[in-house]
Write a protein of this length. Sequence first.
Length: 291
Amino acid sequence: MKLSKAVIPAAGLGTRFLPATKAQPKEMLPVVDKPAIQYVVEEAIGAGINNILIITGRGKRSLADHFDRSFELEHYLKRANKLDELNGVIEISELANFYFARQPEPLGLGNAILISQSYVANDSFVVLLADDLMAPESTVLREMSEIHSKTGSAILALKEVSQDEISLYGCVGFEKTDDSNVVRITSVVEKPDLRTAPSNLAIMGRYIFNSDIFSYLAELKPGKMGELQLTDAISSYLENSEVLGYVFTSGRYDIGNKVDYLRTNFEFALNRSDLREDFLVILKELSDKYL
Ligand code: G1P
């Protein structure tokens, strides 16, 4: 069955980006000239998904506004004959069918996904974490979707990270399969310390699940940081069902902390033909001045 539903949890408080996130969601911080979450939505659409549920929380109304029509702005742009901008603004609301649900309390990622249960119903679905951006040309989600449609198994995106980074991620134990990009996951642990990490393969914020994950999400007890962790639900799910990992090596950007966020902006700008040349001149000036 073709995947048609995505869930994007966006209820986090964004404390790492204060004061920028005091009165706006971190998912609305721009990467070059688009809010970060729009890249994630476009990635889902690129993988053929046309229903998108965004899990929000208090203070996150601008997320729903961004993906809705904006008649006042459209009226103004039309009158000012700014037709490219007008079409751009209308297109955002036509990207997909958008749904919104609120997570009443910040109880953790596992709890946020549980809120999507009635929307997902009995279908398979994709989860995309908005702190991880994929390069526009990335095929990771499409490859995962193909593996899911062949095997019917849950599948996680995995990438090798260095030893000092492993405790920032969910980490997997695994067995190889005949396909060099695909592993069979044997264990998962959320943010292990280096000594107990089962490998250096980390979970990268893209998941495909069957709806039977919900019974494990509903049973969750507080885990790492006292939160209901998605990784812990995957760990219980593994006892009864197959979970695969799709291993990729490049094209993933972290926007969950300031330095990586700045790097992402630089790289996305350098990959834009309309900005690259002017921006390179500025980078050269900056490197002469500071390096
Ligand atoms: C979350 C997940 C973690 C995963 C990571 C990917 O952690 O809990 O398993 O590896 O996203 O970015 P967070 O970064 O939200 O703390």
